[in-house]
Design a protein around this ligand. Sequence first.
Ligand code: PAD
Ligand code: ZN
Ligand code: ZN
Length: 376
Amino acid sequence: TSRVGKVIKCKAAVLWETSKPFSIEEVEVAPPKAHEVRIKMVAAGICRSDDHAVNGTMYVPFPVILGHEAAGIVESIGEGVTTVKPGDKVIPLFTPQCGKCRVCKHPEGNFCLKSKLSQNQGSLQDGTTRFTCRGKPVNHFLGISTFSQYTVVDEMSVAKIDAASPLEKVCLIGCGFTTGYGSAVNKIQVTRGSTCAVFGLGGVGLSVIIGCKAAGASRIIAVDINKDKFAKAKEAGATECINPQDYKKPIQEVIAEMTDGGVDFSFEVIGRLDTMMAALLCCHEACGTSVVVGVPPYSQNLSMNPILLLLGRTWKGGVFGGYKSKDSVPKLVADFMAKKFSLDTLITNVLPFEKINEGFDLLRAGKSQMLLVLFF
Ligand code: PAD
Ligand code: ZN
Ligand code: ZN
């Protein structure tokens, strides 16, 4: 029997309060309204940014269904939807691409003004929610809420991908992989023969390394305080791995000495103010570029001497690798299918959806790179 147009009852991981475990609950998922799409989830990644929302580093209204890195299949569509149809394989987009706002029309900007990252009201674009649990409305997260067997998203927040793609891998293209890889090959274009430094060797940092290598960097210096991360970093393409705790000098000085005054490109992929400054300082003062990829702690500031930029350094940042999401995700999946990059080295843990709390424990213990939950 068709569920089209009807409420679906299914399981979702509901977070009722900050810093609590998820509770697997039966939720009701309303049918998609006009310009909305209901998706059956197949695989979702657990990303550090979800944990930021759990512990309050990123503000979210409660109760909420988190999750923002996933792949699934369209179950039904609302009126007026033209870019996907039932049965299509899709990736939900935590940064939408409305195509109409100033940023979408800009040749390079990608942080669409319809993004829920800047507004965080916990709703879809029309200001309401499609989830209820125990009679209460439940908030959406970044417009996509992927820790649910079914979710509803706006059409601007979903991209159709190759029907042959393995969803349990390409789900990483929904956030972590693309954020890292795109920071190196799209947001800035790492040049052939250049020297790079990557701070933070989680899944996103490894994806930066994959991007630097693909761009032809000749040296990729990987930096982390957890040396257990070095083997994977080398597998991804790092040429040297260093631990700041092994040196008396600040790490930026160590790197400057290793690289004749500083690297060409540095990336902060941790989300700390001190390492953002170290990454800035370790790129060459006259011709280096530093990129902020990690999400900084909520409402904290850095103070810096502008002379650090005056001599010629460039300081940049960007979400989702600078990619316009709806245009780029299908192309990245096509590149994956054409074997231009592999996602296998990134995936360290796969769990059934019901064990999502175990997944977050692994993430918090620093024992994982990319962590997936699969829906059955
Ligand atoms: P992760 O926690 O898996 O990796 C962070 C790594 O940094 C770990 O290996 C740590 O050992 C290491 N680390 C911690 N402190 C230090 C330190 N002081 N010096 C050196 N290394 C240290 O995170 P991740 O790879 O999933 O994500 C990294 C950041 O990127 C995080 O802030 C996350 O929120 C952000 C992110 N941003 C986007 C985006 O669109 N900008 C997308 C996804 C994730
Ligand atoms: Zn993410
Ligand atoms: Zn837009």
